[in-house]
Structures are given as structure tokens and as C-alpha cells.
Design a protein around this ligand. Structure first.
Ligand code: ZN
Length: 223
């Protein structure tokens, strides 16, 4: 990892415009992207690269119209969990391929999951057998989706939005300036120099013990 450098984590109006254009059409030509953000093409390119490096743009994907696809039955399941089991339950549901989206919520329910299966029978099986057998669930209720009257992808972007990137070491939200380092070709973000150094030392130790163990140079895989 390269020595930590400080990078400003704030996004501005131009980043907002770039993201908004891409959210509407991810295939927008760079020339048009630059025009909508009122920047030069090289600036648009470098801003785009930065947004990808920061992980704000996770990937470019296709939005398929749910109403035009057959062979998929979806439902929303609201779940009330026992407080002590909420984290474990959340992880179990995150790992289930049937769970498309999962939200931790406030109010009457603790979790809302959107699940997707090939037919009604499979969906009922999943809800009654799999979900019903998971520990930590106090109660749950499911509603089948008859029709998607309106669907959106990703967050609603508004002018003046901020970023919330967690520190790679301590997990705290980074406010203001971040310390960055390169690891396996990826930019990692830290809240302070201490977190950066501790993380770096940990990696070094892991790398050393691995090479001693197998008596040859080793590569530490990024998790
Ligand atoms: Zn930290």
C-alpha cells in the first residue's frame, strides 16, 4: 500500500450532475456528460473515474421492466425480529439468493425484504418453510406483488448530497477529509492516519506470517 495521502471526500454540484445523468442513462456519451456537468471532457472522465474509485458508482447495470417479464413471482415480507437476533437474522437473509432487496427499518417492523422466486408455489415454500424456520423472527407478514406500478433504481439524488464512506479499519463514517491508500489496485479509505497505519501494519504482518509459513513470497488476497 502506498503511503497514505489525504483526499477530500466531498462531492459537489458537478458530481451531482454527472451522477444524475448516468442514473437516467448509463450509456450517455462522455461528451454529453461533460456538457450536462458544464466541465471539459477530460474533467468529466477524471470525475467519473473518481466516483468509481470511491465506490459511489458501484456498477453500470440494465434496468429490466418487471411487468414485461414472466416466470418471476415477487413479494414483500415485513419481519419483526427479536432485538438480540436482528444482526444474525439480517446476515442470514442477506445470504439468501431469494432475497433481492433487504432493508432495516424503524417502526412496526425491523426488516423489509423483497423476495423473488420462479412461481407462487416456490414463493409460498420459501415464506412458510425457510423463513418460518429462521431463528430470531417474532412475526412476519408477506404481500405478493401484483404489479409494479412504479419502480426506481438506486437512491434519489438531490443537490447538496453528501457521501458516507466507512473507514476500512474502524468502520466509522468518514467526515471531511479521508486518508487513502492503494491496495490491490483499489483505493481504500481511512478516517485518520492511525487507522491507515494500523491497517497497513496488520496487512504487513499477515503477509509476513504467510510467507514464513510456506517459505515463499505470498500474495495477500483482498477480502
Ligand atoms: Zn478509522
Amino acid at each position: 500500500m502506498r503511503h497514505g495521502q489525504v483526499r477530500d471526500m466531498d462531492l459537489d454540484e458537478k458530481d451531482f450532475r454527472i451522477l444524475l445523468s448516468l442514473q437516467q442513462d448509463a450509456r450517455v456519451p462522455l461528451k454529453e456528460l461533460a456538457k450536462s456537468a458544464e466541465v471539459s471532457i477530460p474533467t468529466a472522465r477524471s470525475r467519473l473515474k473518481r466516483l468509481k474509485q470511491m465506490g459511489i458508482i458501484r456498477r453500470f447495470a440494465v434496468a429490466v421492466d418487471f411487468s414485461k417479464i414472466s416466470g418471476s413471482v415477487d413479494a414483500f415480507v415485513t419481519i419483526k425480529a427479536r432485538p438480540s437476533d436482528l444482526a444474525t437474522l439480517t446476515h442470514s437473509l442477506e445470504d439468501a439468493v431469494e432475497v433481492r432487496d433487504l432493508y432495516i427499518t424503524t417502526g412496526e417492523h425491523d426488516l423489509i425484504a423483497r423476495i423473488s422466486l420462479p412461481d407462487m408455489r416456490a414463493l409460498e415454500d420459501f415464506v412458510l418453510k425457510r423463513l418460518g424456520s429462521l431463528p430470531g423472527i417474532d412475526s412476519y407478514r408477506s404481500s405478493f406483488i401484483v404489479e409494479a406500478a412504479k419502480e426506481s433504481w438506486g437512491p434519489t439524488l438531490r443537490p447538496g448530497f453528501g457521501v458516507k464512506i466507512p473507514c476500512r479499519k474502524c468502520g466509522k463514517r468518514i467526515l471531511g477529509e479521508a486518508v487513502t491508500g492503494q491496495l490491490a489496485g483499489r483505493t481504500e479509505y481511512f478516517c485518520c492516519q492511525t487507522c491507515h497505519s494500523t491497517f497497513q501494519e496488520g496487512r504487513l504482518q499477515m503477509s509476513n506470517s504467510l510467507s514464513q509459513g510456506i517459505n515463499s513470497p505470498s500474495v495477500v488476497e483482498e477480502c
